[in-house]
Design a protein around this ligand. Structure first.
Ligand SMILES: [Mn+2]
Length: 323
C-alpha cells in the first residue's frame, strides 16, 4: 500500500465523467483514511492553468502531472502523458487506464469497493478511453453524456455525491433517446458543415447529437481534409470551450498552443474571457492558428503567460485581433 499524505483538498477535472468519478472516489478515500471530510474542487483547463497551488498538501486527479504539482505532500493520480519526473510528489500514472480506474484501484486497497462501483468505473473507463470495441461502448457514451449534458456539479448534487446512483439513472433514458434520434441526424448535418480554420484544422459545426461521436465518425471515415477537428461549446457563464480531436496525435499540440491540454488525440481549452460566443471564437481561432510562433512579437507576455485578470484583453500574442 502506498502511504499517502493527508490532503487539505481534492482537485479534479470538471469537464467529464472521469473527473467526477475519480474526484468523488478520492474524496471518499481521504475520508476513509483520515476520518475527516475533505472538500472537492473541480476545475476546467483554463482555470487550472491559472490556479495557484498554495496548499501544503493536496490530492489531484485527471490533470497532467507537471512541475508545479511536484510538491512534497502532494499526490497526483493521472493518465495524461507527461515528461515531468516526480521528485517530491507521489505520482500514480498509467496512460492506459482512466483516472477513475486508477483512483478506484487505490480505493480497493482500503476496502472501498462494491459491485456498483465496479460497474460505474468500468463504464467510465470505456467512455473516457474511447474503447469503441467494448460491447458497453454505446452505454458508456450515454453515461459520459450525463456530465456533458447536465454539468459536473448539477449531476453531483442531484445524486448528493453518491455516484453509484448514476447507475441505471432515469436520466440515462434521455441520453439513450438522444443517441438514437439525434446522432444520425447530427452526423449528416455536421458532415456538410465543416469550416476551415487553417490548412490542418477544421471547425465542425454541430446542431444536434453527441458531438464526440460525430467528430470521431468524421475522422475515422476521413470525411474532411483536416487532421484536427474542433468543436465549440459556449457555456452558460459566457465562456467558450474548444475541443480538439485527431487520429495521429495532432490534437494536443493545437490545444497546448491555446493554453489547453488533454490527450494526444482528445484535448481541449477554454478560450479567453473576451471570447463570448461562437462567432468571436472562430475569429480568435483563425488568428491564433494561422499565426506562426516566431512572429509573436508581443514581448515578455508571450512566454506562456495567460490572461488571468477579469479584463477583456487577449493574451499578448493575439493582442492585435479585432473582434
Ligand atoms: Mn480522464
Amino acid at each position: 500500500m502506498l502511504s499517502l499524505p493527508q490532503p487539505e483538498v481534492v482537485l479534479t477535472h470538471e469537464s467529464d465523467l472521469d473527473g467526477l468519478v475519480a474526484g468523488v472516489l478520492l474524496q471518499r478515500l481521504a475520508r476513509a483514511m483520515f476520518a475527516t471530510p475533505v472538500s472537492l474542487q473541480a476545475w476546467n483547463y483554463q482555470g487550472w492553468k491559472n490556479r495557484s497551488m498554495q496548499e501544503r498538501s493536496a490530492w489531484v486527479t485527471d490533470f497532467t502531472f507537471e512541475g508545479r504539482l511536484d510538491r512534497e505532500g502532494w499526490l497526483v493520480v493521472d493518465h495524461h502523458s507527461t515528461q515531468t519526473v516526480p521528485r517530491h510528489a507521489k505520482l500514480v500514472h498509467d496512460l492506459t487506464r482512466s483516472a477513475a480506474q486508477l483512483v478506484y484501484d487505490l480505493c480497493k486497497e482500503q476496502g472501498i469497493q462494491s459491485a456498483e462501483l465496479d460497474r460505474l468505473v468500468h463504464l467510465t473507463n470505456v467512455g473516457d478511453l474511447w474503447i469503441h470495441i467494448d460491447p458497453d461502448f454505446d452505454l458508456a457514451c450515454d453515461y459520459a453524456n450525463l456530465v456533458k449534458t447536465y454539468g459536473f456539479w448539477h449531476l453531483h448534487d442531484l445524486v448528493e455525491g453518491r455516484i453509484e446512483s448514476l447507475l441505471n439513472h432515469p436520466l440515462l433514458e434521455v441520453m439513450s433517446v438522444k443517441r438514437r434520434v439525434e446522432d444520425p441526424i447530427g452526423f449528416e448535418w455536421s458532415r456538410k458543415n465543416v469550416q476551415e480554420l487553417s490548412k490542418t484544422v477544421g471547425l465542425v459545426h454541430t446542431a444536434v447529437g453527441n458531438t464526440n461521436l460525430i467528430v470521431h465518425q468524421l475522422l475515422s471515415q476521413q470525411a474532411t481534409p483536416y487532421k484536427v477537428l474542433v468543436t465549440l461549446f459556449p457555456k452558460s457563464n459566457r465562456t467558450v470551450v474548444a475541443s480538439f480531436r485527431s487520429q495521429n496525435g495532432e490534437a494536443l499540440p493545437v490545444a497546448a498552443r491555446l493554453q489547453g491540454g488533454g490527450h494526444a488525440n482528445a484535448a481541449g481549452t477554454t478560450l479567453p474571457k473576451s471570447v463570448t460566443d461562437t462567432e468571436t471564437a472562430i475569429g480568435y481561432l483563425r488568428q491564433a492558428l494561422n499565426q506562426r510562433f516566431d512572429t509573436g512579437s508581443g514581448g515578455s507576455g508571450s512566454g506562456g503567460g495567460t490572461n488571468s485578470g477579469s479584463g477583456g484583453g487577449f493574451n499578448n500574442p493575439f493582442a492585435g485581433l479585432k473582434l
